[in-house]
Design a protein around this ligand. Structure first.
Ligand code: PLP
Length: 414
């Protein structure tokens, strides 16, 4: 089977249960497992559908070195929305000329870092979404490749908090872009327009997405003389077992159609689509409490390891790796933190979990480990990358010493 023909969706049940059990035994839990072959297959499928576009990986979805490097080696450039992401992409071995920097309310130190990079690498493109950001770039001597982020006034996606297209925080107000673009040409090398309008877009949202993107494309046609129009990311993946995957061909047809009159390269910045189903989070059941309403199942992973259910109310499928054939019982799976938000699911039928079982939480390759925190003094989890038969720890588990290290290293502390 060729990479481009890989199935558009990989369900949690498609993972090798025996291998997950063994990895959990060897490396402990909670544990992120990232399948780099799947990352590569997702990219190949995306690349084939959008052969006409310049594809950059939006690194904030998963900035792990192995993931960034795998995608870069497969042919993706890398979009960084913070200086720290530039730093990590460079550390992963991505040359600066293949990076793009998107500045959102950029702290001064971030701008300084990006400009220093640009001084050595004039190929670096900087994207800005506020006139003041342009002034701040100019005052640092920047006169290089610039893209303007546009606010199309329409947002899409799986949750209000990611519908960036209608949030005034992001991008220049639509009606001001032409003026700002004309003025910007006097100070910078204006190469593109940019918009990232939402996230988690599946079939149902494609029409909204089309409306938002056509507004951006119309504007690009009016502004003219651009090297590219960058339509951002937002391509969704199915989180529920019965949800259909995004029809990539339809999405590609839509992008092609809305950009038909644009005389510039189309650029895209998928994040989630490339990595989400390449990751699972393994957790061990430590406590089972049958109650009248539900089976309360306590595991060693919590919202500090995976915050999407608590933050967005996101559905993540949970599989009982140790007993997938057991009778399902309504279960509420939660972690070790003292907050009611620390649950992965409530009253969900799961093959009867018992203490000691290994559970897998699916589709955590995007916005999973990157949002892990030390809240509640939880060391962040380890990550193992798998690639064929090869397995390697790509991020060591944090220790209690890591929890006190920065305080110990504070100035004046003996
Ligand atoms: C987050 C982000 C993306 C990627 O979004 P996905 O929904 O993960 O595809 C792309 N571009 C920018 C500027 C972003 O901030």
């Amino acid at each position: 089977m060729s990479l481009t023909a890989s199935p558009a969706v990989r369900r949690l049940a498609d993972w090798d249960d025996d291998r997950l059990e063994r990895l959990a035994d060897e490396h402990g839990t909670p544990l992120y497992v990232t399948d780099l072959d799947r990352v590569r297959a997702n990219f190949a499928r995306f690349r084939a559908a959008f052969e006409f576009a310049h594809v950059m990986y939006a690194a904030k979805a998963n900035t792990g070195r192995a993931v960034v490097r795998t995608l870069y080696d497969a042919g993706a450039d890398v979009e960084c929305a913070a200086a720290g992401e530039l730093h990590r992409a460079l550390a992963a071995g991505v040359p600066a000329e293949d990076l793009q920097y998107t500045a959102v309310n950029p702290p001064a130190a971030d701008l300084d870092y990006a400009i220093e990079l640009w001084e050595d690498t004039p190929e670096l493109t900087v994207t800005a979404g506020a006139e003041m950001t342009l002034d701040r770039l100019a005052s640092r001597g920047f006169d290089g490749r610039l893209a303007l982020r546009v606010n199309p006034g329409i947002g899409t996606g799986h949750h209000e908090k990611v519908a960036t297209g209608k949030d005034a925080k992001f991008g220049l107000p639509y009606d001001e872009v032409e003026r700002v673009a004309n003025e910007a040409r006097e100070r910078f090398d204006l190469v593109g327009l940019h918009a990232h309008v939402g996230s988690g877009v599946l079939g149902d949202d494609l029409d909204d997405h089309r409306r938002a993107l056509s507004r951006v494309a119309d504007l690009a046609a009016r502004v003219g003389s651009l090297e590219f129009v960058d339509l951002g990311g937002g391509f969704g993946v199915p989180y529920r077992p019965d949800e259909d995957p995004l029809d990539l061909e339809a999405a590609a047809g839509m992008v092609r159609e809305v950009t038909a009159d644009v005389d510039a390269t189309v650029a895209l910045e998928p994040g989630r689509y490339l990595v989400a189903d390449a990751g699972v989070l393994l957790a061990r059941v430590n406590t089972v409490k049958p109650t009248a309403e539900t089976r309360v199942v306590g595991v060693d992973a919590g919202l500090t390891d995976l915050v999407r259910p608590a933050m967005f109310g996101s559905y993540h499928h949970v599989r009982n790796v140790s007993g997938a054939d057991r009778e399902p019982v309504p279960s509420s799976v939660g972690g070790p933190l003292c907050t009611s938000a620390d649950v992965f699911c409530t009253d969900r039928p799961i093959p009867r979990p018992e203490a000691g079982d290994l559970l897998a939480v699916g589709n955590v390759g995007a916005y999973g480990i990157n949002l892990a925190s030390q809240f509640h003094s939880q060391p962040r989890p380890a990550e193992v990358a798998i690639e064929g038969d090869d397995e390697r720890v790509t991020r060591r588990r944090e220790t209690f010493e890591d929890l006190t290290r920065l305080e110990n290293e504070a100035p004046g502390v003996e």
